[in-house]
Design a protein around this ligand. Structure first.
Ligand SMILES: [Zn+2]
Length: 86
């Protein structure tokens, strides 16, 4: 692995209630998903209202970090696929 090059992978973010795909997201690092930078969402399957299009569960809250809009994931409302342990 090239040093200094941030690791990026596309993960899938699903509703924890009904398993519907919500976002595909370009995640940096290996930590747990606690927030999404809106600019890194590769594919958005929701209506943009931070709730599941299938079961209407709210899975995130809007926020901001250093002027960049984020979605703060509500604990336990989503699960991810595509994360790899090393
Ligand atoms: Zn759902």
């Amino acid at each position: 692995m090239v040093k200094g090059r941030p690791e990026r992978r596309t993960i899938s973010i699903h509703c924890a209630g009904c398993r519907t795909l919500l976002y595909r997201y370009n995640k940096g690092g290996t930590g747990a998903l606690v927030k999404c930078f809106v600019e890194r969402i590769v594919e958005d399957r929701t209506a943009g209202d931070l709730s599941c299009p299938s079961c209407a569960q709210v899975f995130a809250r809007p926020g901001e970090i250093a002027g960049r809009p984020i979605h703060k994931i509500v604990n336990g409302k989503v699960f991810t696929r595509g994360m790899r342990r090393r």
